[in-house]
Design a protein around this ligand. Sequence first.
Ligand code: ADP
Length: 366
Amino acid sequence: KNRIAVMTSGGDSPGMNGCVRAVVRKSLAQGCESYCIYEGYEGLVRGGDLIKQMRWEDVRGLLSEGGTSIGTARCKAFTERPGRLKAAKNMIDKGINALIICGGDGSLTGADTFRGEWPGLLEELVSSGEITPEQRNEFQHLNIVGLVGSIDNDFADTDATIGCYSSLARICESVDSIDATASSHQRAFVIEVMGRHCGWLALMAGVSTGADFIFIPENPPAQNWEDQMCGIIKKHREFGKRKTIVIVAEGAIDSELKQISPTQVKDLLSNRLKLDTRITTLGHVQRGGTPCAYDRQLSTLQGVEAVMAVLDATPETPSKFIAIIENKIIRSPLIEAVALTQEVAKAIAAKDFKRAMDLRGPEFAE
Ligand code: ADP
């Protein structure tokens, strides 16, 4: 009998709860046993109470809750082999033979490493007498499927990560609130948004709120950006605009790869354009709150697909993750997507910004 466990790992995102609910219920509906691993890889390494069997009603009400109610963590132990050895032992103790992980590229890379090492880990557990040879034969293959949960929308080969549209909606609401006060006082606001090394949230928030200027890592501004930005904002003011909004992605850089800080931008607007300028760092409000309808349906459809992918997998199938491309939920090879995701950072480091934007997707083209 298949025993399928689900966990959330890395940074939390709205919709992770929807994944947990969908995976638990689809597993049960398919006649499998369902388990949740609490606190990400920490729970897998520590085992015991952190691995719990789930019933249908245990995930009631989760669809509309933000964050992840089974907890998430960053776990150093799992990045080293002895930690993964403990994790393997805990899984076998509970009889778990499949793992569905909802997390970012770090979490999914870790999962693939774990799967690759699995036969060796089992041999080691047999030699130390921690599991029997019969158990090794029974649990020979570990089945892994990834779900991409991240507010940053920074994963290659999928149009949207679970949580990015909720976060974008929250950013837009916040910028709208700032707009009202900015217009009233004719102020300028420099707004820093999350996204780590990805500019998707900043770019889409800029388009969605009609910002005057944005800074993103994939497309650094021209060398004379100070003149350029001030020129554009001055022109907007001359057209009669009573407010100024500049959005700075947390990973924003200039063409020499030096970080661009909100303070730097604020000083320019205050000193050169004499605008009454404030900085707002949106911070963690961007992560929390109720998932939007899109993230509820994406997490549900992808969670269901993840269970089906587990049931269809053979020992030869490479690890998969569930993507959405042009509105279709599909299974894709995990490791290729992780490598492609890492290509963006390499392209930026090599100052090949055109490639960085091409890799990110069509919305970066303009
Ligand atoms: P995200 O999944 O959001 O990218 P992290 O990169 O922090 O977040 O990864 C979350 C956790 O996944 C880490 O704390 C670690 O336990 C595990 N992990 C990340 N990268 C690896 C790796 N290369 N090998 C093994 N485990 C990893």
